[in-house]
Design a protein around this ligand. Structure first.
Ligand SMILES: [Zn+2]
Length: 396
């Protein structure tokens, strides 16, 4: 099983920065060439170029490693296929075939092209040209690399990770995803875990406030003036930092869920899909919070981490799970963080109730209110210095 590890390339020398930029611009030229060929075929109603034709047309013409060029042709063909399918199945999307000329494109090196040495990684740029050397300490089983721009250069590295062959047990668990409580997990063993999402919520609020301050200042500047650019840089720096912190906290939070499942010997995990909660209009502050709630990522991270430890994971609708009493099925709209039943006197944590009610939907049997409830924060906030672990580098 493979995962991607992201290395930020900070403190690059101007020369190396130029090399990386040039590589991405060259990659864009390959894409543009493919695009042009495809456009010609389309307008003249001749046979569309396939993988082989595109590879032939781009071979040996660009200042990149031959396999990097091939990967772009490959990605282009995949885009064409996906577009053709979507045009047939979803005509309302009005998908267009690639037509824009690109200035930059990520450069990809397959595993066989990359050579990882101690303390450095060598990315070839083709015969007769200097390779790009980055002073990164990649793990031993790292493979394909991609040079990506995301408010600064990043190297995305494919890494082989061990995959468990057997599930930790045969117990069943459900997860209720939320915004205040990122995940509420209940198992049929009588244990429950709540992971707080307040850290992420507060980071996002901080970003929104800071963004507003900077945008107000920018509104008073001439667009693209020196001060405007300075503020834009500040905005990007702040947004990037908070994005990385949120991602880190999300990984930590989902890891807590999986660790709990492993400890409780869970074999199957059900994730309730909170779709539809976001579409209600509840005032601008609440709406903003809901719009910025990334439960799709929570689901994705949980799915991936489950696969790694051998837990079977599936998701489905959680309609009505938070509005029914788990003991007597009394229906009401919950208010506040506690769920209280007027009919049978049940009192419990609101998100745990949501999670408990998923058991009948997913596994067909009710569970009792958990006897042990653990409340956790995802973990410590990411250290700012982690961004600066890269050493200065050069080309050879
Ligand atoms: Zn009740």
């Amino acid at each position: 099983m493979q995962t991607v590890r992201i290395y930020r390339l900070t403190y690059l020398s101007p020369i190396l920065f130029g090399h990386l930029k040039a590589a991405q611009m060259e990659a864009a030229q390959v894409w543009n060439q493919c695009c042009e060929l495809h456009k010609q075929a389309r307008t003249t109603h001749s046979k569309w170029p396939g993988q082989n034709e595109l590879q032939q047309a781009t071979k040996g013409r660009f200042a990149l490693h031959s396999q990097s060029v091939q990967m772009i042709a490959h990605a282009f063909v995949a885009t064409i296929d996906a577009t053709r399918q979507l045009r047939a199945t979803h005509p309302k999307m009005r998908m267009k075939y690639p037509y824009k000329t690109k200035r930059f494109y990520p450069v990809h090196w397959p595993a066989q092209a990359v050579s990882v040495e101690r303390g450095r990684v060598v990315l070839p740029m083709g015969r007769g040209r200097a390779s790009i050397v980055l002073h990164l300490d990649l793990p031993e089983h790292s493979g394909a690399c991609t040079l990506v721009w995301n408010r600064g250069f990043e190297l995305h590295v494919c890494i082989e990770v061990p995959q468990a062959k057997h599930a930790p047990g045969t117990n069943k668990a459900t997860v209720d995803l939320g915004e205040v409580h990122l995940a509420a997990v209940t198992t049929n063993t009588g244990a429950a875990l709540v992971v707080s999402g307040r850290g992420i919520r507060s980071l996002k609020r901080q970003r929104n406030m800071r963004h507003r301050q900077l945008a107000r200042k920018q509104a008073r500047c001439q667009k693209y003036s020196r001060r405007w650019k300075k503020l834009q840089r500040a905005k990007n720096k702040m947004a990037g930092r908070i994005e990385r912190r949120v991602r880190d906290l999300r990984h930590k939070a989902t890891r807590r869920v999986i660790a709990f499942c492993k400890e409780q010997q869970v074999g199957t995990l059900f994730i309730g899909n909170p779709h539809g909660v976001r579409n209600e209009n509840k005032g601008r502050h609440h709406n903003q919070r809901m719009a910025q709630w990334e439960y799709g990522k929570d689901k994705q991270y949980l799915h991936e981490k489950c696969a790694q430890v051998g837990i079977v994971c599936f998701s489905g609708s959680e309609r009505g799970t938070s509005s029914h009493c788990p003991r007597c099925d009394w229906k009401k709209k919950p208010k506040g963080r506690n769920w209280t039943c007027r009919r049978c006197g049940f009192v419990g944590h609101r998100d745990i109730v949501g999670s408990m009610n998923m058991h009948p939907i997913a596994f067909g049997s009710r569970i009792a209110y958990p006897t042990s409830l653990t409340y956790r924060r995802p973990g410590p906030l990411r250290d700012r210095r982690q961004d600066k672990e890269l050493l200065p580098s050069g080309t050879s």
